[in-house]
Design a protein around this ligand. Structure first.
Ligand SMILES: Cc1ncc(COP(=O)(O)O)c(C=O)c1O
Length: 403
């Protein structure tokens, strides 16, 4: 762990002009306090899907360099201070896990799941300019914003109880607009409940309606790094018909910087590629300048853990999620989880508990996510707090709001 202690003279760096690059003591103290505050929150942060367990200290020397992955990772670029080669290695692994044919894949490391979803919807709109996007009401909030930005027509579909898309509502809606190619936004692990839309059922609907022009984008922000490592996963990837997939990197793998991976069929991407002389690269990505450090982080995680390591980590997280369900049920809290999901859903607790454990509420429910840094011990502490909260909550005098 880096020391931010102002008294630590080992970090008394001197730059090439002989000047000290250290901050004044009051500024260092400010950083020290911020660091301590954040480190303390980390241990109670169980509501959001951020794996906090990692050690990338071997990569710190790269922070001395201004590196930039501008351009297409597969096409080369004039700006050679990049990590494109490492980025391609990362993409090759993700391509294997998402079962996309070797000769028809393309992708890049994004700023996160949102950018990957934007990319998929952008490709879809370029291929079907008149298309309508169908997305369920449990879809991540950022998708509505992406659709507004892209001026794409869209229809929100009802969700079933549990968070999966309502297939009857989807079929009826597509039927009404059957002359227009559907672009279906498929959730593989919804934000609140970890529900997975069934790609086969969706394709059956399209077959029944004799629709041959369509696009399937899969948002697998969290589950995209769970499903490749479990036995008998549901249909979710390119082998099951996806045209593009977005996966977050900072969620399951763990990264101090937000990142993700966008993957798509190469034939789709070729339709939007433009050569830009200034950077000497194909302009296939959404951002121009791109983070060259995050591909190193993803690569480090892949090499350090390997496929066997990932399997163990996922299995353990599923066990911790089960343990959380059991322990919460024991104290009378109706907690549950979907198969293959590490998201544990329960009735919304008090504001104090939400705040203390940095939980994500949505209407009547809240959830915790058994990320690799969440242990049985963490769950025990959380359940103790929940139990106390139930007792004090039930004794608290009723206010107008709670009557
Ligand atoms: C299902 C889903 N999609 C997309 C996103 C957005 O991903 P990011 O935060 O990596 O941009 C999230 C984030 O929680 C998510 O849960």
């Amino acid at each position: 762990m880096h020391s931010l202690n102002p008294a630590d003279t080992s970090q008394n760096a001197v730059d090439s002009t002989g000047e000290s690059s250290r901050l004044a003591p009051e500024h260092r103290k400010r950083l020290e306090e911020l660091y301590q505050h954040l480190a303390e929150l980390r241990d109670r942060s169980i509501g959001y899907p951020c794996n906090q367990k990692f050690d990338y200290s071997e990569l710190y020397p790269f922070l001395d360099l201004t590196i930039n992955n501008v351009g297409d990772p597969f096409s080369g670029s004039n700006f050679r201070m990049n990590t494109h080669e490492i980025e391609r290695e990362v993409l090759t692994e993700f391509a294997r896990w998402t079962e996309i044919p070797d000769d028809d894949y393309w992708g890049y490391v994004t700023n996160g799941g949102t950018e990957g979803n934007m990319y998929g919807l952008y490709l879809a709109r370029e291929i079907h300019p008149d298309g309508i996007v169908y997305f369920s009401e449990d879809t991540h909030y950022s998708v509505a914003k992406i659709l507004r930005l892209q001026h794409t027509r869209s229809i929100m579909i009802r969700s079933r109880e549990g968070g999966e898309i309502d297939y009857e509502d989807l079929e009826e809606s597509i039927k009404i607009h059957r002359e227009v190619p559907p672009i279906i936004f498929v959730n593989v692990g919804t934000t609140m409940t970890g529900a997975i839309d069934d790609l086969y059922k969706i394709r059956e609907i399209l077959d029944r309606l004799c629709i041959s022009r369509y696009y399937l984008h899969v948002d697998a922000a969290l589950s995209g790094l769970i499903l490749p490592f479990i036995n008998n996963p549901p249909p979710w990837n390119f082998a099951s018909g996806a045209d593009s997939i977005s996966i977050s990197g900072h969620k399951m793998l763990g990264s101090p910087l937000p990142c993700g991976v966008a993957l798509a069929r190469k034939t789709h991407v070729e339709r939007i590629a433009r050569l830009v002389e200034y950077v000497g690269a194909l302009d296939t990505t959404i951002s121009g300048s791109r983070n060259a450090f995050t591909p190193l982080i993803l690569w480090h995680a892949l090499k350090q853990k390997g496929e066997i390591g990932f399997r163990e980590i996922i299995l353990n997280s599923l066990k911790v999620a089960d343990y959380a369900v059991e322990r919460l049920n024991e104290i009378g809290v109706e907690a549950w989880r979907h198969v293959n999901s590490i998201t544990v859903v329960f009735p919304r607790p008090s504001a104090a508990l939400l705040e203390k454990w940095i939980l994500a509420p949505y209407g009547e429910i809240a959830h915790l996510i058994a990320m690799p840094n969440v242990t049985r011990d963490t769950i025990d502490h959380f359940v103790d707090d929940f139990e106390k909260d139930l007792i004090t909550g039930s004794k608290a005098p009723k206010t107008d709001e709670t009557k």
